[in-house]
Write a protein that binds this ligand. Structure first.
Ligand code: GLN
Length: 189
């Protein structure tokens, strides 16, 4: 299984390490043509507005097409990019997840924090860094993890997003569930 990690900026290397640890072959995606060789993609954390600038119009269109066809997992800024509606401030999204998301939703005091949430029924440690909050969930969106009352990992079809950074803790379950999604998608073809 070949998984791409969008490597324009942000913490793509931690995702690479985690994926390799789980036995996946990793491609650091820096050019749109590399999207053709992968079975799934991770869009890492970073600054979503910077991602949009670096992608440009063509890169954005190519990424949008990839996301429509193949499994994609966005973490933090990546979750923002995958959303249909983005606010604070408003920004274009790829529209792959029918969610409304609010950037930097925890305010200055909580720029970053480690909290415990529940992933698929069991506790998991979550690292939040200038994290967004999912404020609206479309009817097709499944919640895989919560922190307090907030949905923090969601899935719609072959698209998954986390508002925290699962690549920064030792727990491999969130990445594993994305790999399972990629694997299942392959099997159904
Ligand atoms: N605050 C960033 C944004 O709005 C996301 C932060 C992150 O990816 N850690 O894009």
């Amino acid at each position: 299984m070949k998984i791409g990690v969008l490597a324009l900026q942000g913490d793509f290397d931690a995702h690479r390490k985690r994926l390799e640890e789980l036995g996946a072959e990793v491609v650091l995606v820096k050019k749109p043509s590399q999207l053709d060789e992968i079975d799934g993609l991770i869009i890492p954390g970073g600054e979503s507005s910077t991602f949009l600038k670096l992608l440009g119009k063509t890169g954005f269109a190519e990424l949008k097409e990839f996301v429509r066809l193949k499994p994609t997992f966005g973490t933090c800024a990546g979750a923002i990019l995958l959303a249909k509606e983005v606010e604070n401030p408003a920004q274009t999204g790829l529209g792959a997840l029918d969610i409304g998301i609010r950037r930097n939703a925890y305010g200055r005091q909580l720029e970053s924090s480690i909290r415990e949430g529940i992933f698929r029924g069991t506790p998991i440690e979550m690292v939040f860094i200038r994290a967004p909050k999912i404020e609206r969930l479309g009817p097709e969106v499944e919640v895989l993890a919560t922190e307090g009352k907030d949905p923090v990992v969601v899935r719609q079809g072959k698209t998954m997003a986390a508002t925290f950074h699962p690549e920064l803790t030792d727990d491999t379950r969130v990445h594993q569930s994305f790999l399972d999604l990629v694997q299942n998608g392959k099997r159904h073809k």
